[in-house]
Design a protein around this ligand. Structure first.
Ligand SMILES: [Fe+2]
Length: 232
């Protein structure tokens, strides 16, 4: 395998255990911040420590706990904002000239290619970002969990299809970087998720929907651990 062109740094910030990620393209010194929120000075400090220039901001989705640092970050860096068109329409926020994407788009950060995956379920325009064998999953896929589907715009049937697609399309060694630190380890692999994430174990849409909407939050609490197939 060729050497990766980028590094990913994680900051756990705020009262909801959010992960804010910084993707650093080695060749250009450019960086993209994924889901800037909560303690923006810590993001800026990291960029200054590493001597990298934040040129892009990527959103996995529009929930407050993932976006509440955008304004503050853009006061310091003249960065381009990216999100899926579907999510911008769902959010309805008056964003300042964002780049609106469709699933399959590539965001070029210097020499690093970041692929935008449309992964609806938690919100209609939720996105995951694939880069160099890593996937930043927002509130779609957590380590041994998945995002809620009972909030406005959530859809458990879409989540079922999204998780199936991720499991089928991403290789076993793909490293998962979730939007919250809800497990005992901050990152995992797709192989570990296929084996131990109960949401990846369903082959029946109705059973998945029932488990996600009515069962899971009663019987499981973070920190999530690997599990075998839930009983029905
Ligand atoms: Fe969310």
């Amino acid at each position: 395998m060729p050497a990766p062109t980028s590094s990913i740094y994680a900051l756990e910030l705020g009262p909801m255990e959010n992960f804010v990620y910084v993707i650093h393209d080695h060749a250009s010194g450019r960086a993209a911040v994924v889901d800037p929120a909560w303690e923006v000075p810590k993001v800026i400090d990291l960029a200054r420590d590493k001597d990298i220039r934040i040129t892009d901001v990527l959103l996995t989705h529009s929930h407050h706990d993932h976006v509440n640092g955008i304004g503050e970050l853009l006061k310091t860096y003249d960065a381009q904002l990216h999100l899926l068109k579907v999510e911008a329409q769902f959010w309805g926020s008056h964003l300042n000239l964002p780049t609106l994407h469709h699933g399959g788009d590539i965001i070029q950060l210097g020499k690093t290619a970041i692929e935008v995956l449309h992964t609806p379920g938690h919100t209609p325009g939720s996105a995951c970002y694939y880069v160099d064998g890593n996937v930043i999953t927002g509130d779609t896929l957590f380590v041994f969990g998945c995002g809620r589907c009972d909030l406005r715009g959530g859809d458990p049937e879409e989540m079922y299809r999204t998780l199936k697609r991720l499991g089928e399309n991403l290789s076993a060694e793909t490293v998962i970087h979730p939007g919250h630190n809800y497990a005992e380890t901050p990152i995992s692999t797709m192989e570990e998720q296929l084996a131990g994430n109960p949401f990846m174990h369903f082959d029946d849409l109705r059973a998945f929907v029932h488990y996600r909407m009515h069962e899971h939050d009663r019987i499981r609490h973070s920190p999530y651990r690997p599990e075998r197939m839930p009983d029905h």
